[in-house]
Ligand binder design. Structure first.
Ligand SMILES: NC(=O)c1ccc[n+]([C@@H]2O[C@H](COP(=O)([O-])OP(=O)(O)OC[C@H]3O[C@@H](n4cnc5c(N)ncnc54)[C@H](OP(=O)(O)O)[C@@H]3O)[C@@H](O)[C@H]2O)c1
Length: 355
C-alpha cells in the first residue's frame, strides 16, 4: 500500500496544496479542498493512512457532511492523494502543517530532509500558539514561512471528523507585503468553502488569537468545562479576561496592535470594562442554549485533556511566559497556568508513554 505516489504540478502551474498531519484539521482541510475539485496531497502517519484507506476515505460531519475518497497517485478529481512519505511533496507546493504543536519540529524536519523545494514553495502552520512560526523558520528559513491562523473547529471521532464550525482562516506575510503565494492559498481555501482571508497584519491576528487561546485554554482545561459552561459563568469569564489582559500586555510591549476578528473580538474586550464582556458572553449563552441532544463543545486543549493526549502547554503557555519574561514582564497568571498544565500534562497517558 505504501509505495510512493507521484503527485506532479499541472501544466498550468497549479500545484497541489499539501497538508501534513491527517488529524481533525488536516482531514477537514484536505477533504474540503479535494471535494471542491482541487488537487491536494495529505501526508499522514502510517497508522492513520491505514485507517483512512480501510474506511475508504475521509468522512466529515457537522457543518458539512461529506465522504471524500482517498487514493494513491493518480488520485482522481474529487479524491485526496494520501501518502506517508515526504518525498512525494511536489517541488513547488504550499505545505500546510496541521500536526499538534509538539509534533511540528519532527514533522517539519522529516519534510525538510526529503523535499527539494523551488524558490516559490512555501510552508505555513495552523497550530495554536506563537512558537510554530519560529519552528518553521528555523527548519525551512524565514523566507519560506507564511503566517497562518485558523479557528475552524474540528474534532476527530472514530469514523469521522466532526466540524463544529468552518470558522475563519487567515494567511499573511510577516513583512505585510501583498504576495501571490498568500493570494493563491486564500483563493484555494475559499474555493473549498473554508472562509479564508488575507490578513493585512498576520502578527495582529496571531497575537489576538494567542490572547484568546490563553484565556480559553487556561480556564477550560483547568475546570474541565465546555465552552458553553465557561462563557455562561461570570466568574469564569472574569478569569478568562484576566489571562487575555496579561497576554495583551506582552503584545503591547512588543508593539503589536491587537484587533477584533471573527470569533475573538479581543480589542473590544480590552477596550470595554470587563463587566460589559461578562454581560455579553453570559447573555449570549442564555440567549442561545444548545438545542436538545446537541453536545457541548470543548476547546481543543480540553479535548486533549479529556482524551488522555499530550497538552500543547509548551507551545502555548510556556512560550508566552518566555516572551513575557524576555520583555521584562512578570506574567504571574500565565506562569501559574503553565505550571498547573505542566503538572496535568505529566499525568496524561500519552505523555507518560512518550517519556
Ligand atoms: N481541531 C481544531 O478545531 C483546531 C482549531 C484551531 C487550531 N487547532 C490547532 O491545530 C493543530 C492541529 O490540531 P488537530 O486538532 O487537527 O490535531 P490532531 O487531530 O491531533 O491532528 C494532528 C495530526 O498530525 C499527525 N502527525 C503527527 N506527527 C506527524 C508527522 N511527523 N507526519 C505526519 N503527520 C503527523 C497526527 O498523526 P496521528 O493520526 O497518527 O495521530 C495527527 O493525525 C493543533 O496545534 C491545534 O491546537 C486545532
Amino acid at each position: 500500500v505504501y509505495t510512493i505516489p507521484r503527485v506532479v504540478c499541472q501544466r498550468d502551474g497549479n500545484c497541489p496544496l499539501v497538508v501534513v498531519g491527517a488529524g481533525s484539521l488536516g482531514q477537514a482541510f484536505a477533504g474540503l479542498l479535494a471535494h471542491s475539485g482541487q488537487p491536494v496531497l495529505l501526508l499522514a502517519t502510517p497508522r492513520t493512512a491505514q485507517h483512512l484507506f480501510e474506511q475508504r476515505g475521509v468522512r466529515l460531519s457537522g457543518a458539512v457532511a461529506l465522504h471524500v475518497p482517498v487514493a494513491l497517485d493518480p488520485a482522481p478529481r474529487g479524491s485526496i492523494t494520501l501518502a506517508t512519505d515526504a518525498r512525494t511533496i511536489p517541488a513547488a507546493a504550499g505545505v500546510i502543517f496541521t500536526t499538534k504543536g509538539h509534533q511540528l519540529a519532527a514533522a517539519s524536519q522529516a519534510v525538510q530532509s526529503a523535499w527539494r523545494p523551488t524558490p516559490e514553495a512555501w510552508v505555513a502552520g495552523v497550530q495554536n500558539g506563537l512558537a510554530k512560526d519560529d519552528v518553521l523558520a528555523e527548519v525551512f528559513g524565514p523566507h519560506r514561512v507564511v503566517g497562518g491562523v485558523t479557528i475552524l473547529g474540528a474534532q476527530r471521532g472514530p469514523h469521522s471528523v466532526y466540524i463544529g464550525s468552518l470558522g475563519q482562516t487567515f494567511f499573511g506575510e510577516f513583512d505585510q507585503t501583498p504576495s501571490q503565494r498568500v493570494r493563491s492559498a486564500v483563493a484555494a481555501l475559499e474555493a473549498s468553502g473554508i472562509p479564508t482571508e488575507v490578513a493585512p497584519s498576520i502578527h495582529s491576528v496571531l497575537w489576538s488569537k494567542a490572547c484568546n487561546a490563553a484565556g480559553v485554554f487556561g480556564v477550560s482545561v483547568l475546570t474541565r468545562l465546555s465552552a458553553q459552561r465557561m462563557n455562561g459563568s461570570p466568574h469564569l469569564v472574569r478569569a478568562y479576561l484576566a489571562l487575555v489582559r496579561e497576554t495583551a500586555a506582552i503584545a503591547h510591549h512588543l508593539g503589536v496592535a491587537l484587533g477584533d476578528y471573527p470569533g475573538f473580538p479581543i480589542q473590544t474586550y480590552l477596550d470595554q470594562p470587563d463587566e460589559a464582556t461578562v454581560d455579553y458572553l453570559t447573555g449570549a449563552v442564555r440567549a442561545h442554549p444548545l438545542p436538545p441532544g446537541q453536545p457541548e463543545t470543548y476547546p481543543s486543549m480540553t479535548q486533549d485533556l479529556l482524551a488522555g493526549r499530550g497538552l500543547e502547554v509548551e507551545d502555548v503557555f510556556a512560550d508566552l511566559v518566555r516572551r513575557g519574561e524576555r520583555a521584562g514582564m512578570p506574567v504571574p497568571r500565565l506562569r501559574l497556568v503553565r505550571d498547573l498544565l505542566r503538572g496535568l500534562d505529566e499525568l496524561q497517558p500519552s505523555t507518560a508513554r512518550a517519556r
